[in-house]
Ligand binder design. Structure first.
Ligand code: CP3
Length: 343
């Protein structure tokens, strides 16, 4: 069992900087596209043998130090009672978006072992076959709320902020239901075998620090508190974290995910000596010539050595346009450079 990633998450000393990549299973890989040619995305998420198959692919082909469960953050939202569709053009669509008290009242808090049993089954298949740790995940309440209220992806998050600012209790009731769902879902994943969990807050960067503190952070804190005692490291990733570091620091997570819009050295300085960081190469840097990828990775690795711990990752997910060869090159380069830097 390769436990370098688990050790880094706990801030223990490691022989090299472990690396995994958000969206490491995906369309940039020929082997993933071959599976996707035979099934639609939601069927892939809900068929444990296939979801496990594409989870294994980057571990076997890229040599990353962790696997991440293949699923989507919107899967539990469907289980809460919304109709979910993935359209090739528009991305995710949630029908009849949440705008009223009646909508919120109609949502249920799913029982993960029953309503999301395919996820737990996928985790069990993975644990039986993996030689690296398995990461489970969920969307953070604010990010899930944006999809539920907007009905899909958004640019200005107008409907979300309108509900947030209305102060009639509706936003709070919705967030309470989402928070209970996420807590139960992550606990079930851990019980099924997830060894680390990551909470994705993809859209929290659109909030001012004061709004983040009032409307997003308390719910994340509640979830992390519920997971304490289960002895599984929690990673909290906020995309667009640079202006929110002071608040993010107080979330209680073991590892903080950092996007590429902030220098790793500045993130390490702001988050303090106790923080383990994950990140933070610009996903588009993987389009550069190999020597440039190497130089950028080296810079991040050296700055990461100043933190209590560092897990190398991109600042966001691998894009479908990235050559798989460059991704493999990056993983090997991180292992080489970081082993050398620690000698
Ligand atoms: O990281 C992994 O390899 C695990 C799998 C994973 C997927 N989605 C697979 C996926 C994870 C962890 C996610 C999380 C997710 N899903 C997030 C948070 C992380 C982030 O990217 O910010 C969000 C916001 C979503 C919602 C979502 N799912 C969108 C907006 C889209 C459409 C955009 C796109 O990239 O196509 C998806 C679809 C999706 N999720 C795909 C994959 C591999 C592409 C679907 C396909 O194969 O056609």
């Amino acid at each position: 069992m390769n436990d370098v990633f688990l050790k880094a998450c706990r801030g223990e000393s490691v022989p090299y900087t472990p690396v995994w990549l958000m969206r490491q299973a995906g369309r940039f890989m020929k082997e993933y596209r071959e599976v996707r040619d035979t099934v639609d995305f939601l069927t892939l998420c809900k068929t444990p043998e296939l979801a496990a198959k594409v989870t294994f692919q980057p571990v076997d082909l890229l040599g990353v130090d962790a696997a991440i469960l293949f699923s989507d953050i919107l899967i539990p939202v469907e289980a809460m009672g919304m109709r979910l569709e993935f359209s090739e053009k528009k991305g995710p669509v949630l029908h009849d978006p949440i705008r009223s008290r009646a909508h919120v009242d109609r949502l249920s808090v799913p029982v993960p072992e029953d309503d999301l049993s395919f996820v737990m089954e996928t985790i069990k298949i993975l644990r039986a076959g993996l030689k690296v740790p398995l990461i489970g995940f969920s969307g953070a309440p604010f990010t899930l709320a944006t999809y539920m209220i907007e009905g899909g992806s958004s640019k200005n998050f107008l409907a979300t902020k309108k509900m947030m600012y209305q102060s009639n209790g509706l936003y709070g009731s919705l967030m309470d239901k989402i928070t209970d769902t996420v807590s139960a879902y992550l606990k079930a994943q851990i019980k099924a075998g997830a060894q680390v969990v990551q909470i994705f807050d993809t859209w929290a960067g659109v909030l001012s620090p004061a709004d983040f503190k009032a409307y997003a952070l308390p719910y994340v804190k509640r979830i992390i508190k519920e997971l304490k005692g289960l002895d599984v490291p929690v990673i909290y990733f906020v995309n667009g974290c640079a202006g929110l570091l002071k608040e993010i620091k107080s979330a209680g997570a073991d590892v903080l995910g950092v996007d590429w819009r902030i220098d790793m050295a500045d993130a390490a300085r702001s988050l303090g000596k106790k923080a383990v960081l994950q990140g933070n190469l610009d996903p588009c840097a993987l389009l550069m010539p190999k020597e440039d990828i190497r130089r950028k990775a080296q810079d991040i690795i050296e700055k990461g050595l100043k933190a209590k711990g560092h897990v190398f990752n991109l600042g966001h997910g691998v894009l479908p346009e990235i050559p798989a060869e460059n991704v493999k090159y990056l993983v090997d380069a991180v292992h080489e450079i970081s082993a050398e830097a620690r000698r």
